[in-house]
Every structure is written in C-alpha cells, then in structure tokens.
Design a protein around this ligand. Structure first.
Ligand code: PGA
Length: 247
C-alpha cells in the first residue's frame, strides 16, 4: 500500500514572516497520520519554515535546486545547503521552470541525481500543454519527459521518488483535469516506470496529480488507483490546504 503524499507548492509567495504565520495557521489542523504532508516554500522561507515546523510531522520541501555542489553559480542554491536546513523534498522540473527558466529534461535529470545523492526526495513534475493534449500526443510526451528525467537513475532510487503529473492547462486556471483524465495519465506514468525499471519500482513510486486541486475535487482525484496524492499550488496558501490534506 502506497502512502498518499500531499505537497503544497507555494511558488513565489510569502515573505519569511508570512511563511511562519501561515505555518502556524495550518499546522494545528493538519492530520499527518494517514498522509505524508510536505510544504515546498521559497528558498528564503526555508529557515523560518523549518523552525515553525519543529515538533510536527510535516516535511519541508524546496521548489528548486542547482545541480552543482558549490562554486561560481551566482544566485543558485546547492543540494547540501538545502539538506543542512532540513529540506527533505525538492521539486524538479516544474512546468513554470521549464517555461520561464529554460529547464530541459537533461537539466532536470542532473538535478534529480543530486537530490537523490544528498538523501532528499525529488518531486519530478511532468505535464502536457493544451495543444499537445488536443493533438493526442499527451502520453508520448509524458513518457519522453519521464524517460529523460530518470535517465541513469537506478531502479532502487526510482522507487522512492515522487512524480507529479501536472497538465499545464490545469495549473492555476481553475480548470482541473477530470479524475478519469488524471488517472489515465498517472496509470500510463506507472506503466512507463514499469517498462523502464520493473514492477517493484512501478508499484512503489508515488504519483501525484497537480493542477487546480482544491477542497472540493481532492477526494475524488485522490481516490483513483494510480493517484497517490497531489501537488497543490494556489490552494496550499490558504486554510483550504488543511481540508485537502484531511480529505
Ligand atoms: P495550482 O498549481 O494548484 O495553483 O493549479 C499547481 C502547481 O503548479 O503545482
């Protein structure tokens, strides 16, 4: 039985002070008995968030990382910096990073390897655009993203990662994929992992759905066979996140 995992992706929201306040509001209500809960906060909020999360079972996540250990990479943050601050999960390859910051599957692959090497868990994002969906190439596209991002990673490591399926047309648009559409792609992702890494890895890997998840659609989506939770953007910045976690 895979444990569900629900992660909040705060994106570029909340100052350090606001981050600590939001965590104070959320943490009392969140029940971590049945699900793993992760908050992926902006870099600068990581230290106050770690402090505010002390004594809870809520895990700390980052939204990005660089794939080098140290050196002349102005503006970047290394895996060991995150690790030292208590980060357990790192989002890699979010569609916004691919679109606005030129992240390719090759870069995502390098990041994944570093995240794993430092004992953290990647949340690998994939997803199609609306025109790809309309063209009928969703599955091929996603398989390619998964194959590229996981290239050279051992099956033993793949089984512990989290994959988030996020159709780009559903992110921040209020337009959620139907639970059947989400299940179809998540099932195909599991199938792709099975072909590449074998049955055991495909049965253990956790696959989230993301894209306009809210308190009213979470339960239906998370009930699907191959969907092991969600990556929640907008609704993770509000008390609604408590309802989503306790769905
Ligand atoms: P959304 O974002 O829930 O606001 O659609 C999801 C995400 O981009 O991770």
């Amino acid at each position: 039985m895979r444990k569900k995992i629900i992660a909040g992706n705060w994106k570029m929201n909340k100052t350090p002070k606001e981050a600590a306040e939001l965590i104070e509001t959320l943490k009392g209500g969140i029940n971590t008995n049945m699900v793993d809960v992760v908050l992926c906060v902006p870099y600068i909020d990581i230290i106050p968030a770690a402090e505010a999360l002390k004594g809870t079972n809520i895990s700390l996540g980052a939204q990005n990382v660089y794939f080098e250990e140290s050196g002349a990479y102005t503006g970047e943050v290394s895996p060991s910096m995150l690790k030292e601050c208590g980060v357990e999960y790192v989002i890699a390859g979010h569609s916004e990073r691919r679109e606005y910051f030129g992240e390719t599957d090759e870069i995502v692959n390098k990041k994944l390897k570093k995240i794993i090497e430092h004992g953290m868990t990647p949340i690998l994002c994939c997803g199609e655009t609306l025109s790809q969906r309309e063209l009928g190439v969703t599955i091929e596209w996603i398989r390619m993203q998964i194959k590229g991002a996981l290239n050279g990673i051992a099956a033993d490591d793949v089984k512990n990662i989290v994959i988030a399926y996020e159709p780009i047309w559903a992110i921040g648009t209020g337009k959620t994929a139907t639970s059947d559409q989400a299940q179809e792609v998540c099932g195909q992702i599991r199938q792709a992992v099975r072909e590449l890494y074998g049955r055991e890895a495909s049965q253990s890997v956790r696959i989230q759905y993301g894209g306009s998840v809210n308190a009213s659609n979470a339960a239906e989506i998370f009930a699907k066979e191959d969907i092991d939770g969600g990556l929640v953007g907008g609704a993770s910045l509000k008390e609604e996140f408590v309802k989503i976690v306790n769905y």
